[in-house]
Write a protein that binds this ligand. Structure first.
Ligand code: COA
Length: 335
């Protein structure tokens, strides 16, 4: 019997209109445009002024539904990858379910930080492939500005807000769709990238606020080293497992944390820069949203085509990291 294979049958993204440029940040902390661009590749980020992560997710879903005309009531499961849920509970998946009127769906949030989208994609694919769901909505959305300390120049230059969404369904042709996944985590990396306050370990108090524990903490150097190794190793691993060379891969779709990490991964895979999706310059690091945001932009532009092999790759807090091999099945949007 041929394998049942999940595939991406729709994609959408949303970024709020307000822009925070490097020039704006120069007025807020001791930094400069040249340092930010050369050390990270970022020029500007989008910031959600009013609203929450669910609104970023809903924006992405609406963009997706504009191309794939299904009723929200047809959706079976909603999985939201985020580290900035609207609240601890109810889940952002429940809030999105209500906002879009997905009356027949159940769902949950998944915390995988910058690898959250890949973790959610693999999770959602299981339901499609085992036949318990036919339409699974995967959302990667983060309002990183809600946990960014705009007095800390080490981190505030890096992050932005956005949402991305994809629909998973059974592939008509098992040669297309999500072909392979390699996902990892290593909790020993936790001390280097985290948000210490607000959870059961450090519930919110005046002290946790005074100590700025409700913001992202990052020790950049060890994270950078681990990210270069983790993302490059897992991307090379997924190519070896599937006997692919750089020539066989049409696109590397990397998590957008730092252009230098992306470059190192592409070099390790033997992939030319022209085949790497890069939009970090315009969005910064939007955590769970980076990968679906790239997929949606490249698909809309017509550059991501049916039949292409693409490698999605990520690294983030946890540490978490992974790579997913996809043979793209979605035809280009109608002009
Ligand atoms: N503007 C100007 N100078 C800055 C600065 C800024 N925004 N931020 C830091 N600096 C300074 C530092 O204070 C340091 O100064 P010092 O040498 O006098 O102490 C100097 O620049 C170099 O800092 P360093 O931390 O070595 O820079 P870096 O090249 O490692 O780049 C990051 C910093 C954060 C961009 C980089 O470490 C990084 O990308 N880390 C990983 C991010 C990531 O992948 N996260 C995982 C996924 S979320």
């Amino acid at each position: 019997m041929a394998k049942r294979r999940a595939t991406i049958t729709a994609v959408g993204h949303y970024a709020p209109s307000k822009i925070l440029s490097n020039a704006d940040l120069e007025k807020m902390v001791d930094t400069n445009d040249e340092w930010i661009r050369t050390r990270t590749g970022i020029s500007e980020r989008h910031i959600l002024e009013n609203g929450a992560t669910s609104d970023l997710g809903v924006g992405a879903i609406q963009a997706m539904l504009a191309h794939r005309k299904i009723e929200p009531t047809e959706i079976d499961i909603i999985i939201v990858a985020t580290v900035t849920p609207d609240m601890f509970f109810p889940s952002t998946a429940c809030i999105i379910q209500d906002k879009i009127g997905a009356k027949n769906a159940w769902g949950f949030d998944l915390s995988g930080a910058c690898s959250g989208f890949l973790f959610a994609l693999h999770t959602g694919a299981q339901f499609v492939e085992n036949g318990t769901a036919s339409k699974v909505l995967i959302v990667g959305a983060d309002k990183m500005s809600s946990i960014t300390d705009y007095s800390d120049r080490n981190t505030c230059i890096l992050f932005g807000d956005a949402g991305g969404a994809v629909l998973l369904e059974l592939s008509e042709d098992p040669e297309y769709g999500i072909l392979d996944n390699r996902l990892y985590c290593d909790g020993a990396g936790g001390p280097f990238l985290n948000m210490k306050g607000g959870g059961s370990l450090n519930p919110p108090t005046h002290e946790t606020v005074d100590k700025r524990m409700h913001y992202i903490y990052q020790d950049g150097k060890p994270v950078f080293k681990a990210a270069v190794k983790g993302m490059a190793d897992v991307s090379a691993e997924i190519m070896e497992r599937n006997k692919l060379t750089g020539d066989d891969v049409s696109w590397l779709v990397p998590h957008q944390a730092n252009l230098r990490i992306i470059d190192a991964t592409a070099d390790r895979m033997g992939i030319d820069r022209s085949k790497v999706m890069i939009n970090i310059d315009r969005y910064g690091n939007t955590t769970a949203a980076t990968i679906p945001l790239c997929l949606s932009e490249w698909w809309l532009s017509g550059k991501l085509k049916r039949g292409q092999n693409i490698v999605l790759a990520s690294f983030g807090a946890g540490y978490t990291w992974g790579a997913t091999l996809v043979r793209w099945s979605l035809e280009n949007p109608k002009p």
